[in-house]
Write a protein that binds this ligand. Structure first.
Ligand code: SF4
Length: 142
């Protein structure tokens, strides 16, 4: 069972799955974060480069190295960038629709409440509003 979880997690990372969040015991854990996107791009790039080297060794011809760059763009960089756009939009939605989005303790890069060290979602506010403190006007909005 643990192996399946690890494999599923790996596939999520490789495929930039759009599953947004998981719920355990009423707590929310976002699946897609800035870290998961970067990790996915690195993982994909490593796999593409690994197989590129193998293929080039097999065909004993390195003049097609640029195809690796094309694959890197098509299967790592571009999907990662698209996923990042999706992630940014989602954070914006959380910021606009929850109390946490206007709170000084909210960290938009990880969708986290810094005070409670828990992830925030549209249906889940860790402090239930008790510790809310307004953001100052000058603070950057994500
Ligand atoms: S302190 Fe409360 S309102 Fe502020 S980010 Fe954390 S959970 Fe949200």
């Amino acid at each position: 069972m643990l192996e399946m979880d690890i494999i599923n997690r790996l596939l999520d990372l490789l495929m930039f799955r759009l599953g947004v969040e998981e719920n355990y015991d009423g707590k929310v854990t976002p699946i897609v974060t800035t870290g998961s996107i970067v990790w996915g791009i690195l993982l994909r790039s490593a796999i593409i480069l690994f197989f590129s080297f193998i293929v080039m060794e097999l065909i004993e011809n390195r003049k097609y190295w640029w195809i690796s760059l094309l694959f890197l763009w098509l299967f790592a960089a571009y999907p990662g960038w698209k996923q990042y756009q999706f992630f940014k939009k989602k954070i914006q939605d959380v910021e606009e629709s929850t109390l946490c989005g206007k709170c000084v303790h909210f960290d938009s890069t990880s969708q986290l409440c810094k005070l409670y060290d828990e992830h925030v979602a549209e249906g889940y506010i860790p402090c239930e509003g008790v510790d809310w403190e307004p953001k100052s006007e000058n603070e950057d909005v994500y």
